[in-house]
Ligand binder design. Structure first.
Ligand SMILES: [Zn+2]
Length: 191
């Protein structure tokens, strides 16, 4: 097949050279309004075109490459004595796979255990391109499975205003559990 970035022949959808050149992750931090940290790995402009593939046939492969380069690398370098449980935002399966479940799956290490199908939005309204006001007027109404575990990492692909993650944090806190931090591929607010 051909690399979708440079069109050279390769065994993966993005060749190793392009992965190294264009998709080396950084570590960006921001805080939600509730004080919880969000770590992200790419500027939106860097991976915008790749994120658009999530609704296409190759989305699964592209998200897997991004997850390996960023989430998996982060998890391998994250050494703690405590155990963490990672939950993806709305990992319902649309068009054959869940893009947030792919990210979450790649966090699996001795101290991070990904959990699946834990957090569902009852309101599937799309926040894409909507204002903060709209997002606040149309809460996602998350439903969270009963958590047995204390330290939670929340996972999503994109953070924009932060209202989705903030709403998800509230559900975790309602069960008296702690969101240690959140991980996203990209933070749209990064300049
Ligand atoms: Zn390439």
């Amino acid at each position: 097949m051909k690399c979708i970035l440079c069109e050279s022949y390769t065994f993966t959808h993005i060749c190793t050279e392009c992965q190294n050149t264009f998709l080396a992750p950084s570590l960006y931090k921001r805080r939600l309004s509730n004080g919880i940290h969000v770590i992200s790995f790419y500027r939106y402009e860097e991976i915008k075109e790749l994120l658009f593939t999530k609704h296409t046939d190759i989305g699964f492969y592209i998200y897997t490459i991004l997850a390996k380069l960023s989430f998996e690398k982060f998890a391998k370098e994250f050494h703690t004595k405590e155990k963490y449980y990672a939950i993806a935002i709305d990992d319902t399966i649309t068009s054959g796979y869940s893009h947030t479940a792919i990210l979450n799956k790649h966090l699996k290490t001795y101290n991070i255990k990904p959990l699946f199908n834990q957090l569902r939005a009852n309101n599937s309204v799309s926040y894409s391109g909507q204002s903060k006001h709209f997002r606040e007027k149309n809460p996602r109404n998350f439903q969270l499975q009963k958590l047995k575990n204390a330290n939670i990492i929340l996972v999503d692909d994109i953070i924009t205003t932060g209202s989705t993650l903030t709403q998800a944090c509230l559900e975790v806190q309602k069960q008296n559990k702690t969101v240690s931090f959140c991980l996203t591929l990209t933070d749209v607010s990064l300049k």
